[in-house]
Design a binder for this molecule. Structure first.
Ligand SMILES: Cc1cc2nc3c(=O)[nH]c(=O)nc-3n(C[C@H](O)[C@H](O)[C@H](O)COP(=O)(O)OP(=O)(O)OC[C@H]3O[C@@H](n4cnc5c(N)ncnc54)[C@H](O)[C@@H]3O)c2cc1C
Length: 672
């Protein structure tokens, strides 16, 4: 069996799916090889997408023309916008998903993408001809030819699973590990290390007494991830599934502690480093020894299943200890478990050996994305996959690389952090990692990124045209707020209702929106008809036009997204009801305009700071620069710069240990 491709993607996880679809849609001939097609885009752990900073990443992927947002929307069973009480830089969308549908929806997209073939087997070797990549070999002996390979093998490389004293080889429970690739790549000079992560038990909700739990509901008016005018499954059906909240107690803790001497974490069997911010329950007991209780979330894994995920109870303790501890939680005395908690240890590769395109500096033509780069999380993986897919295609077509800046996207922050600083524990995104948070909000990733994706050919005409209309509507709405005055008689009742001081003279709407607690929507409702009619009419007209999708482009979109085998309440192929789409578009325009008006000062300040740093991004350092001749640099800096080999002065400034004084030395040397 032989086949010739431009690009081979290894692994159909979150990174692999985005990589394969992006490269194929750009025009490369792609083969996606994965160990088990039935596990496409498997949510190995939490049945949820998004969350703090991660939700912003999913929106960015969507704005760029990736599919994680669309798939999430089609699979959503509960939606919440987290951090609403904080500033908009912190608002983060999160969707609980139907795990099985998430996987099937991704598979449907893969199977309906032109230029994309799929093959089920395990890749055991990357092949070379005259030191250039020539393809891959798989375990059953088949060989496939390609000019570039994207490796997205997740937690599978030499993967080992642990429950108590038991350990077995595997990438996830019930799935084989992958062998051969780490040995081959390390023999070529790529540095590998070990990391670990874990997952909690899945339980049968029928065995719990849910009446004693607190209920966590979805938002009353749920939003969604994709900027496309397609309603999500919960927006369309008006239904959401509830989560529950419960707490551990002292008895649970002492039962868990009784198993510590059998825990692979504490007996030294697991050597890999785990995620500090997503610790196992035994880690939490160890670190916060004085705490009497830890919060747990009980989250449904789908629309029609009794299987629930117990967030916060990740563990690698023996199964009998897990069971005994679970039974001691209030409402859990009769608990039945579908799948136990376990930990997995796996190989990753040092991301400092990557270029900003995610191509290996050591093995040209090889791209790495996802968990293999030391990250954790579906969103981080999907973002890297998308960027690797785009860049592998661009490189083969002889085009300029596609790299996003730290001031443009969380994706830019993620990749820059990985390749500049490397990882010493599984890397997940936080808002605190981004220095320009107010520029990287979830409401306007489309305005930031869609045009860039359109220029390289990934975002299509429809998406681009739609973004332009929305951008114009927001501008119109902002100008209206800035130019229109409102009188005390019109505004005061509303202002007082939200606890804001009454006004004595007419004031511009924009000035009032800048006050805490005052919303643009609230004031728009009170503008007298004579004033607002022209604006309202124009906005309504635009909204209608945006919702009235050109049938030919809708058909094109439908061809990619249609999922006829999904029950109709989540069938995104159906055109959404016009009225709901209009209401949704209007709400998103007014929200984006309100943020632009309320935070104009902060946004401007961050833009200026980002522009300053941008000048340093343009100052390139030659690849083979000899730092030893710059004796004015501190010794620590010289060692770090030699090791990390930053491509620009801005990147050098982000390396821990390189001080502002050292940056001045570099600036002087390079003539600034
Ligand atoms: C037990 C467990 C617990 C986790 N806990 C958390 C958590 O708490 N929080 C969190 O954020 N993330 C967690 N994760 C990680 C999360 O699942 C990953 O971050 C995410 O799935 C990574 O996506 P990926 O595309 O890089 O890899 P994966 O989703 O792992 O996909 C890798 C794919 O590659 C395929 N593959 C591997 N090797 C080969 C090969 N040689 N040939 C062909 N195909 C191959 C596999 O079959 C799989 O389909 C956990 C993962 C596991 C397994």
């Amino acid at each position: 069996m032989k086949g010739k491709y431009d690009i081979i993607v290894i692994g159909a996880g979150h990174a692999g799916c985005e990589a394969a679809v992006a490269a194929a849609r750009l025009g490369s001939k792609v083969l996606l090889i994965t160990m088990d097609m039935g596990k496409t885009a498997q949510m190995s752990c939490n049945p949820a997408m998004g969350g703090i900073a991660k939700g912003q990443i999913v929106r960015e992927i969507d704005a760029l023309g990736g599919f994680s947002g669309v798939v999430t929307d089609a699979s959503t069973i509960q939606f919440r916008m987290l951090n609403r009480s904080k500033g908009p830089a912190m608002w983060s969308p999160r969707a609980q998903c139907d795990k099985a549908r998430f996987s099937m929806n991704w598979r449907h997209i893969l199977e309906n993408t032109c230029n994309l073939d799929i093959w089920q087997d395990s890749v055991t070797e990357i092949t070379f001809r005259e030191s250039s990549i020539s393809g891959v070999k798989v375990s059953m002996g088949a060989e496939f030819e390609a000019r570039a390979v994207i490796l997205t093998a997740g937690t599978f490389l030499n993967g080992k699973l642990f429950i108590g004293k038991e350990s077995t080889d595997g990438g996830r429970i019930g799935e084989m590990a992958s062998y051969g690739l780490t040995a081959q790549l390390t023999s070529m000079g790529i540095t590998a290390g070990r990391m670990k992560t874990g997952t909690p038990p899945r339980i049968d909700i029928r065995s719990l007494d849910t009446s004693v739990f607190d209920i966590q509901k979805g938002d009353e008016t749920p939003s969604r991830f994709s900027y496309l005018p397609l309603l999500s499954s919960v927006q369309r059906s008006g239904r959401q599934r509830d989560c529950f909240i419960v707490h551990t107690n002292k008895t649970v803790h002492s039962i868990l502690e009784s198993g510590f001497d059998e825990s692979p974490l504490f007996t030294g069997k697991i050597k890999g480093i785990g995620p500090r911010y997503c610790p196992s329950i035994e880690d939490k007991l160890h670190t916060f020894a004085g705490r009497d209780a830890h919060q747990l979330f009980i989250e449904p894994e789908g629309w029609n299943t009794n299987e629930y995920y117990l967030q916060g109870f990740s563990s690698s303790l023996p199964f009998n200890v897990q069971m005994e501890a679970l039974r001691a939680i209030e409402g859990f005395s009769e608990v039945k478990v579908f799948r136990p908690a376990y930990a997995v240890e796996y190989d990753f590769f040092d991301p400092r050996q990557l270029l900003p395109t995610l191509e290996s500096r050591v093995v040209p033509g090889l791209y790495l994305a996802g968990q293999v780069n030391g990250t954790t999380g579906y969103e981080e993986a999907a973002a890297q996959g998308l960027m690797a897919g785009i860049n592998a295609h661009l490189a083969l077509s002889g085009k300029e690389p596609f790299v996003l800046g730290r001031d443009e996207s969380y994706i830019g922050v993620l990749i820059d952090d990985l390749i500049t600083k490397g990882v010493d524990e599984p890397y997940r995104m936080f808002t605190s990692r981004a220095e320009y948070r107010i520029l990287l909000r979830q409401d306007d990733s489309d305005v930031r990124l869609t045009e860039k994706a359109y220029r390289i050919g990934l975002a299509d005409e429809f998406r681009y045209g739609y973004m332009c209309r929305k951008r114009d509507m927001v501008r119109r709405c902002v100008s209206f707020a800035e130019e229109t005055a409102i009188s005390p008689a019109e505004a005061n009742e509303y202002l007082e209702s939200v606890g804001s001081a009454a006004i004595e003279n007419p004031r511009r709407i924009g000035d009032l929106v800048a006050r805490p607690g005052v919303s643009l929507e609230g004031l728009l409702d009170r503008v007298p008809r004579g004033t607002s009619e022209a604006f309202d009419a124009a906005l309504e007209k635009e909204v209608k036009a945006a919702a009235e999708i050109d049938p030919s482009s809708f058909d094109a979109m439908r061809a990619t997204l249609s999922m006829p085998w999904i029950p109709c309440d989540v069938n995104i192929a159906e055109k959404a009801p016009l009225k709901s789409v209009e209401a949704d578009i209007r709400a998103s325009v007014v929200e984006a305009a309100e943020i632009a008006v309320k935070y104009a000062g902060y946004i401007e300040r961050e833009k200026r700071a980002a522009d300053k740093i941008k000048r340093l991004e343009d100052l390139r350092i030659p690849e083979d620069f000899d730092y030893s001749k710059l004796t004015a640099l501190s010794i620590e800096s010289r060692i770090k710069l030699e090791r990390y080999r930053p491509q620009t002065i801005a990147q050098a400034s982000r390396i821990p240990g390189v001080s502002p004084a050292d940056i001045s030395v570099l600036l002087v040397f390079f003539g600034r």
